[in-house]
Design a protein around this ligand. Sequence first.
Ligand code: KIV
Length: 279
Amino acid sequence: MRLTIRDIQKMKTAGERIAMLTAYDATSGHLGEASGAQMLLVGDSLGMVIQGHQSTIPVTLDHIVYHSQMVVRATERTLVVGDMPFMTYKASVEQAMNNAARLMQESGVGAVKLEGGEYIAPTIDRIVEAGIPVMAHIGLTPQSVNQFGGFRVQGKDKDTAERLLCDAQAVQDAGAFAVVLELVPAPLAQEITNRLKIPTIGIGAGPYCSGQVQVFHDVLGLFPSFGPKHAKRYAETGAIMETALKQYVQEVQAGEFPTAENSSTMNEEVLTEIRSHWR
Ligand code: KIV
């Protein structure tokens, strides 16, 4: 049985912290579920960590549908959330509803996530009304990185902090079941978490949120030269993989792999017979 948005909301009420990871394919989906995380996000961060872009902007709905299908297929228990990519929900409420419906119907995700606060609340309201659970995302919203002028902490001054409080309230009132707070000062994230009934899921928002979300590649240290301040590298998986792959290449070149153990044999008579045919 998969966890539902109600299970996630009950965790906030019970004071239990929620863990969420990104996942992009069957391998990360399987590992994410095995970790015990309650939610997996098929994030448009795949544009950066899978596709090699500098931002999430080139990601399309087709990409998210494709990657979500793999994660859903690899999991049984986790609530899988699919990210709505850049400009797939902001042109009109109808556009947003059609695309959210497509993502859910074609991939099997249990919820969708979209970026934006008060101005996107009417869209959230309509999508939720149509039966599609929505996770909101405020603070540093990566799809607007060009507008923000970089990946900067949001809500440090009075005006922007008040804006974030209004945004958080608006997405809750519109029916979002949870809200991601990205790159928000920890005391402001605490204030928002205390004011809201719905869970807050922080990334770079300090320890007082109802839960945390982290990018799979950051947690595993898959990129040797990249690690955002808000992430903790729990393993140097990239270095381990590189060492293993180099050893494989060396062994192939040295004729040490494969050995008899990695190979199969065949009947000598068959071999003799085919040799006689091919002379
Ligand atoms: O796309 C993503 O991975 C995200 C999380 C970092 C919140 O939006």
